[in-house]
Design a protein around this ligand. Structure first.
Ligand code: FAD
Length: 432
């Protein structure tokens, strides 16, 4: 029998996308090494708004994104319930214009397969008494709140249980490019150069395939191979006040704009977000005017929001695919993701980039990227991430012997566990 070595895939970027990708590839039989320059989730993933999108926000403008969010949010609710509070969402019409918009919005939700329910003002106010009493009507949809860190950590934990080697504080500072065969006009990536920020040392590692999942930092990472791509890092500001003013996610019933979503997270209420551009996602500020604008917008949906005790304001950068020009504004750039095969797009083979999308669609983005990876590596293996429940986030920080509850991991391993640890992982999640 012919011996086929296990293909080695390097994933660059330890956000939600990299985490889901490392997990999917590990399940399909690849040896995976993931590099993250800082702590895991220290990029955009650890700082987003925390909304599990059912797709209603995108239904009018982009049906495909609407359907995708609906599909993926259902899957995440099934495989990662410990990272989700499925509290539903209300789109609220405050003005006559909002009410008019409902005529486009409601059928668009239905066309995306989003179960939307029209509510009278009285019904909505009975559910959420702090809403603006001038409310005209509301639409209930299956949105939810997501724990941004825990969701990604569940994917990391499950990837690690499948043998993925996850190295944080390890920055990719170089891509090793080799001529591809005799026709030296094309080339391919054969490995990466790493700086270990803990020890200060540098080393190299070879791979059969390298995947860039660095989101807003993608331009500089692909630049290491002399490639240019159109990515616009677009920061947005969020403001959290203390107290849970609503139980559901509240969105304004109008075309997507700044400061029109309030997400309840535990005992906080978070209003977001703004949208602008930055050349450098490492230098994002939180302008005072953004904070003021967020509080003013929240006040329209939930009067009294501004007076609630201030908790925090922060910003994170969306990795939007495309570039702003005189005719294309930042709100015009798609919220969709893009998988780039640099072998086809720029002549540098064995190198993929997965950019954009949303935290809600991380699993689906990973599936499409892993499908392409398997094609390139000659692996025949179907995606299983939509079916298998994820491990608890906590198990990431245990030794491998501590990983016990994953359906694919042999039950015999639980035999070595102290009784308490085994009970914890069977009974699900606890705060970390
Ligand atoms: C303001 C705002 C609000 C949002 N709200 C929501 C929401 O409510 N719901 C939702 O579904 N989505 C939301 N999103 C979108 C979501 O946050 C992103 O789509 C998602 O987090 C991107 O994840 P990622 O893994 O692709 O990128 P990131 O999380 O940014 O991960 C990329 C990682 O790559 C690392 N990296 C960079 N360079 C290197 C290198 N050279 N070597 C090694 N590592 C490197 C970075 O440190 C970073 O950790 C929001 C986005 C923004 C900006």
């Amino acid at each position: 029998m012919l011996f086929m070595p296990t293909p080695h895939v390097i994933v660059i970027g330890g956000g939600g996308t990299g985490a889901a990708l490392a997990y999917d590839l590990s399940l399909r039989g690849c040896r995976v090494t993931l590099f993250e320059r800082g702590e895991l989730t220290s990029g955009t993933t650890g700082r987003h708004h925390g909304q599990l999108h059912c797709g209603a926000r995108y239904a009018v403008q982009d049906r495909e994104i609407g359907r995708e969010c609906m599909r993926e949010s259902e899957i995440l609710r099934r495989i990662a319930p410990a990272s989700i509070e499925f509290n539903h969402g209300l789109f609220v019409a405050i003005t006559e214009e909002d009410e008019q918009y409902c005529r486009t919005f409601f059928p668009a939700c239905q066309a995306c397969g989003i179960p939307a329910r029209l509510l009278t003002a009285a019904q909505a106010l009975a559910m959420e008494p702090y809403l603006n009493p001038r409310l005209r009507l509301a639409v209930q949809v299956p949105d939810g709140s997501m724990d941004a860190w825990r969701m990604a950590l569940q994917f990391f934990a499950s990837a690690k249980a499948r043998g993925a080697d996850i190295r944080n504080f390890s920055e990719v500072i170089g891509l090793k490019v080799a001529a591809d065969g005799e026709a030296a006009r094309s080339s391919r990536i054969i490995g990466v150069r790493i700086r270990d920020h803990r020890s200060g040392s540098e080393y190299e590692l070879t791979a059969d395939l390298v995947i860039n999942a660095t989101g807003a930092w993608s331009k500089s990472v692909v630049g290491l191979a002399g490639i240019d791509i159109a990515v616009s890092p677009s920061p947005g500001t969020m403001v959290a006040v203390k107290g849970r003013l609503t139980n559901m996610v509240i969105s304004r019933l109008h075309p997507a704009a700044d400061g029109d979503i309030i997400v309840p997270q535990r005992n906080l209420s978070i209003i977001g977000t703004t949208q602008r551009l930055t050349a450098d996602p490492d230098r994002i500020t939180v302008p005072h005017r953004d904070v003021e604008k967020m509080l003013r917008s929240a006040e329209i949906m939930v009067p009294g929001f501004k007076k609630a005790p201030f908790h925090a304001a922060w910003a994170a950068a969306r990795p939007l695919v495309g570039e702003v020009s005189n005719s294309v504004g930042v709100r015009d750039l798609s919220r969709d993701f893009s998988l780039i095969d640099h072998g086809e797009a720029g002549g540098v083979g064995r190198f993929l980039s997965i950019i954009g999308g949303k935290a809600t669609t991380l699993r689906g983005m990973a599936e499409i990227t892993a499908d392409r990876s398997c094609e390139l590596l000659g692996i025949e293996s179907a995606c299983r991430t939509a079916e298998l429940p994820l491990l608890p986030a906590r198990s990431l920080y245990r030794g491998r012997a501590g990983v016990s509850a994953h359906p694919g991991v042999r039950a015999a391993k639980t035999g070595n566990l102290p009784a308490k640890a085994a009970t914890e992982s069977r009974s699900g999640e606890r705060n970390i």
